[in-house]
Design a protein around this ligand. Structure first.
Ligand SMILES: [Zn+2]
Length: 209
């Protein structure tokens, strides 16, 4: 997202991506946002934070962002995640040092033209004031699409899939669109810890229930 796009988005009112009604400066209007399937946040803050259920219309937004070149959907999802983090009942607490969007393999990145996890992470980094570090980790194995695989197959599929640069002492949050079995973020977290990360938590827009 360029500075010009940011400026235009600020100047021009947005249409809600769900109902096409006026969204103000948001991509999802307040009534539509209030209707989204939310997962109640448990008091004990775990290492995974995902505020929405992967159900309609969140699934459509994620699939649009991922497979149908709907870049504004990724931004809308990022805004929702940022909002949920900023207002989580456990309190904002201390934010991590860096955000690492789950990287795509370079071949898939070239085919898609963008990484939806990075586009989701941008508004989060902006809102929380946390540094975005998209090049801290790389996906070195072009894994098959995970959907449709069993949990064991996903884990096998992801063995050694990621590598990370030296991140000694850093508190990291990895950012993804949706968490299903958690095997992707677990594999990335492992690579980051091996590269010295002091802690790794996972933030996603949604998870499957
Ligand atoms: Zn709406």
């Amino acid at each position: 997202m360029s500075k010009v796009d940011d400026l235009l988005a600020w100047l021009l009112p947005q249409c809600c991506v769900l109902c096409a009604g006026p969204g103000g400066r948001r991509l999802i209007c307040a009534p539509c946002a209030a209707d989204l399937p939310r997962i109640p946040v448990s008091a004990g803050a775990g290492t995974v934070f995902a505020p929405l259920a992967y159900e309609y219309p969140v699934d459509r937004l994620v699939q649009g962002a991922k497979f149908h070149q709907r870049l504004p959907y990724a931004r809308a999802l990022g805004e929702l995640l940022a909002e949920a983090l900023a207002t989580r009942p456990a309190g904002p607490g201390t934010w991590p040092d860096v955000l690492v969007p789950v990287p795509l393999h370079e071949r898939r990145l070239a085919a898609r033209g963008y990484n939806q996890a990075l586009e989701i992470a941008r508004p989060v980094a902006g809102r929380l004031g946390v540094r975005l570090a998209p090049r801290l980790a790389r996906r070195i194995v072009a894994t098959a699409e995970q959907s449709g695989l069993s949990r064991a197959a996903r884990r096998r599929n992801l063995r050694g899939a990621f590598t990370a640069r030296d991140c000694r002492g850093l508190h990291v949050a990895v950012v993804d669109d949706v968490i299903t079995t958690g095997s992707t973020v677990a594999a990335l977290a492992r690579a980051l810890r091996q590269a010295g990360a002091a802690s790794v938590e996972a933030w996603a827009v949604a998870r499957t229930l």
